[in-house]
Ligand binder design. Structure first.
Ligand code: FAD
Ligand code: MG
Length: 348
């Protein structure tokens, strides 16, 4: 499998008070396991259970999802659909079908900003593979023809078909969200009431801190990689049972002639999305929604993205622009506290 670089965790949970957090007045440390999965660094922390089997079960489920959805695994359902593009429908597992249905939905409501058939362009740019390069206009034009979610058909009986040869589904912008939701389900089934699921930027804060107070969640400074690797956050908010997913241009990218080419591609131009957004975080109940939306809202940019976010129930967003301004959706006003004075809160 082609393993690219481990992505740095985009949002982090503030454990400052947690390390001294108590249950029945006894200091408690999490039961923790980490590993490399879904092309990223995964950490599961349980704060109210000590049974390692629970975490092992989560890791097994994540591996199952990866095996079904990865484009880097030859016999994954997604690879089989891609290989049979323009040839014949392929029956996929219910997990895959569900994620594809969500992917189509978010493509539709974002006007193709979220684009699950982005595969040919992702391959062409090769960002994060070590073989990145700026393709020619001709190459981009040829790949663009193969990118269109309207040509992805979800048929009855869990069958999936891509209209044309060389079309390719890539679920890199949504499947980690689904994986986080499935991890959450297992933990809830096992009676866990206090846990953090961290799938390299997809965070799910389950329940509350062990003392019953909300998690303190911090949004990382997206300028970090440009400023001496100093880890810091720009703001914090409190949350219980909440997913926080961030998309940004500052983790998977390469630079040529002073231009940054990152991994979120605009299916209208074939180029990495170009706008003033440095990072966009989406708060939601289900992580699959947050994941698809974070990618879509990054491509749409601030104005259109905020408009779309405001229309969706149960979703809040935090946009950080390259000129160090913060824009939040109306529900979050008064709940998001800026902790870095270099950033300025704006009212859209
Ligand atoms: P997001 O914004 O959530 O997504 C960006 C990613 O989505 C891009 O990297 C691309 O894959 C896709 N994308 C780009 N533009 C669009 C668009 N307009 N609409 C929709 N999607 C778009 N990485 C590896 O390096 N090696 C692996 O072996 C590997 N295996 C993986 C297996 C699975 C099942 C999944 C889900 C991902 C895998 N990845 C792998 C990718 C990696 O973990 C991340 O998903 C990826 O780097 C982007 O996630 P993100 O959260 O940073 O960004
Ligand atoms: Mg995403």
């Amino acid at each position: 499998m082609n393993r690219r670089s481990i992505s740095v965790v985009i949002i982090f949970v503030i454990f400052v008070s947690l390390s001294s957090c108590t249950i029945d007045n006894k200091a408690i440390k999490p039961l923790s396991k980490d590993g490399f999965m879904l092309g990223t660094f995964v950490v599961i922390n349980l704060y109210d259970q000590k049974d390692e089997k629970i975490i092992d079960e989560v890791f097994e489920r994540l591996r199952e999802i990866e095996n079904r959805m990865s484009v880097n695994i030859e016999d994954s359902d997604i690879s089989l659909v891609n290989k049979n593009a323009g040839i014949k429908p392929v029956k996929v597992h219910q997990d895959v079908y569900y994620v594809l249905k969500k992917a189509k939905y978010y493509s539709e409501i974002s006007g193709g900003a979220f684009e699950p058939t982005i595969g040919p362009l992702v391959n062409l740019w090769g960002i994060g593979t070590g073989n990145e390069r700026v393709p020619s206009e001709e190459e981009i034009r040829k790949s663009l023809i193969k990118v269109d979610f309207n040509k992805l058909h979800l048929l009855g009986n869990n069958e999936v078909f891509l209209d044309e040869k060389d079309m390719m589904i890539d679920l890199g912008g949504i499947a980690k969200g689904y994986a986080a939701d499935e991890a959450k389900k297992i933990l809830l089934d096992r009676g866990v009431k206090s846990a953090i699921i961290d799938l390299g930027g997809n965070i799910y804060a389950l329940g509350s801190k062990p003392d019953g107070t909300p998690w303190r969640l911090g949004i990382q400074n997206p300028m970090i990689s440009r400023s001496r690797n100093k880890v810091s956050h720009i703001g914090i908010f409190d949350g219980k049972n909440i997913s926080v997913v961030t998309s940004g241009d500052y983790e998977r990218y390469f630079e040529e002639n002073g231009i940054r080419y990152h991994h979120i591609i605009d299916s209208k131009t074939g180029f990495p999305a170009r706008n003033n957004v440095a990072g966009i975080s989406v708060l939601s109940q289900d992580s699959i929604d947050g994941d698809a939306l974070s990618t879509a809202l990054f491509v749409l940019g601030l104005d259109e993205g905020l408009k779309l976010a405001e229309k969706i129930d149960g979703v809040d967003v935090i946009y950080i622009t390259k000129d160090m301004k913060i824009y939040i959706s109306s529900n979050l006003r008064g709940k998001f506290e800026i902790t870095n004075e270099e950033f300025e809160m704006m009212t859209p």
